[in-house]
Design a binder for this molecule. Structure first.
Ligand SMILES: [Fe+2]
Length: 327
């Protein structure tokens, strides 16, 4: 199995995965979950939209919750670019490559480019700046629940991992890990990064595009357990879906939660550094379960099957399961 070469001078400069926009069916209930259990803080809100950030984050938001009465969905995932000039280079490049790229107005964001990279890929908005607010890392009275520090990465499920990975690697994303099918050699998942740790964007094989999870870093195991305990106290014990457990090399202690609409949020410990160019990706095949999950059971079936839909996009490449309720 060969994967594309790393592009060291990409056409524009994506710096990291930064935010996600969700349509939620009950804004007040979702807000309670994100603030009291996960420990995000509200940067701004009006009657229909709330903007939240982790306690380490100075930029305005990493989660946007938007009220909607019918079905929940993700509108898009977000990435930061280094400058406004990068947005114009991005628009030119993405359109020339067969995608779409349109400037959109977003409150509390500088110029923002909403993009798609072709069928079967997730919608991504690129943003060059946000207002800055105080970090609350040392403001202990303001901290609640799991004290989520910052958004780290998100995982999207897509029908063709190889093709989509190629599109993002052309933008400078670098693989830290990938898995292949033991018989066919087909790429099953790949962890792609732009910042100094192993993941910004994880791509995995399945009907899509769908959003599998959004991951936040927490300070330690105690914060993770505190979020689980508060979830139980507030009636969300069965929303602690999987974990605590360990993924493998990137210091991957995890717990996965489901928010009131079924969106999956991962808590993880601070990951290892991955930035020197000679540092090569881990490569596993589909039989290497011990490396992927060294102890305990593998994930429950619903973790494998249920995911957030992107608004207005019908997944291709297989059947999908929907979140019905906590089980
Ligand atoms: Fe993850």
């Amino acid at each position: 199995m060969s994967i594309p070469s790393v592009v060291k001078n990409p056409p524009f400069n994506i710096t990291r995965s930064s935010h996600v926009r969700y349509f939620v069916t009950d804004l007040e209930t979702s807000l309670r979950f994100y603030t009291e259990i996960l420990g995000l803080v509200v940067s701004d809100q009006d009657s229909d939209t709330a903007y939240l950030r982790g306690i380490e984050e100075a930029c305005h938001h990493s989660v946007v919750l938007m009220r909607r009465r019918d079905t929940p969905a993700a509108e898009c995932v977000g990435m930061r670019v280094a400058s406004e000039d990068d947005l114009h280079r991005a628009q030119e490049h993405i359109i020339a490559a067969g995608g779409t790229a349109t400037f959109v107005e977003r409150p509390y964001q500088g110029p923002t480019l909403l993009t798609t990279f072709g069928e079967g890929t997730p919608p991504v908005e690129l943003c060059s700046s946000m207002p800055v607010l105080p970090r609350l890392l040392n403001n202990f009275p303001a901290q609640k629940g799991g004290r989520a520090l910052r958004l780290d990465h998100y995982q999207c499920v897509i029908p063709d991992v190889g093709a989509t990975a190629g599109k993002f690697m052309a933008l400078g994303f670098r693989p830290s890990k990938y898995t292949t099918h033991v018989d066919t050699g087909r790429l099953l998942s790949i962890f792609l990064t732009r910042k100094n740790n192993p993941h910004d964007l994880v791509l995995a094989q399945g009907a899509g595009p769908r959003l599998h999870h959004v991951a936040f870093i927490v300070s330690d195991l105690q914060a993770m357990f505190r979020a689980c305990d508060i979830a139980a106290n507030l009636g969300y014990g069965r929303h602690v879906e999987y974990g605590p457990g360990r993924h493998g090399p990137p210091n991957g202690i995890f717990t996965y939660f489901r928010d009131p609409d079924g969106n999956r949020i991962e808590f993880g410990l601070p990951p290892m550094q991955f930035m020197d160019p000679e540092d090569q990706p881990n490569v596993w095949d589909s039989t290497d379960g011990v490396s992927l999950v060294p102890w305990g059971d593998g994930p429950p079936q619903r973790w494998r099957e249920e995911m957030t839909l992107f608004d207005g996009i019908t997944p291709a490449g297989g059947t999908i399961a929907r979140w019905t309720s906590q089980r």
